[in-house]
Write a protein that binds this ligand. Structure first.
Ligand SMILES: [Zn+2]
Length: 121
């Protein structure tokens, strides 16, 4: 990813993968929407300065995407998701969850449920 030349295709790929408009990408890189469009369309050359900034943004973006791969789910997920519920720790195993009910204090694991039941009695 890093060593390869920054091409118009690569710019468009990052933008599409993240669902960013040319304006949004421009804001992140300190340039205008029309400049991004010109680079993607090939009507302007990709400068070294732009390439350096682009590669840095790409690296940060894909590092964040890699962190998202740590999400495990029992439900199918869309390509992009925004989670608004606050993750909480299971009271027993201390692993992080987004519980189906706001009042849940323990994960769905049988051992955790049993341990929690005996603890609150
Ligand atoms: Zn648990």
């Amino acid at each position: 990813m890093g060593r390869k030349a920054v091409t118009s295709t690569r710019i468009k790929q990052l933008r599409d993968a993240q669902g960013w408009s040319a304006y949004e990408l421009g804001c992140k890189l300190g340039c205008t929407r029309s400049y991004i469009k010109s680079l993607e369309g090939g009507s302007l050359p990709i400068t070294h300065r732009f390439a350096m900034r682009f590669v840095a943004l790409e690296r940060v973006t894909y590092a964040q995407a890699a962190r998202h791969k740590q999400i495990r789910t029992i439900h199918p997920l869309p390509k992009q998701i925004t989670i608004l519920a606050r993750p909480r720790k299971c009271a027993i195993c201390r692993a992080w969850f987004i519980f189906p009910n706001a009042s849940d204090r323990v994960c769905a694991d049988r051992e955790c449920r049993r341990a929690y039941r005996t603890r609150i009695k």
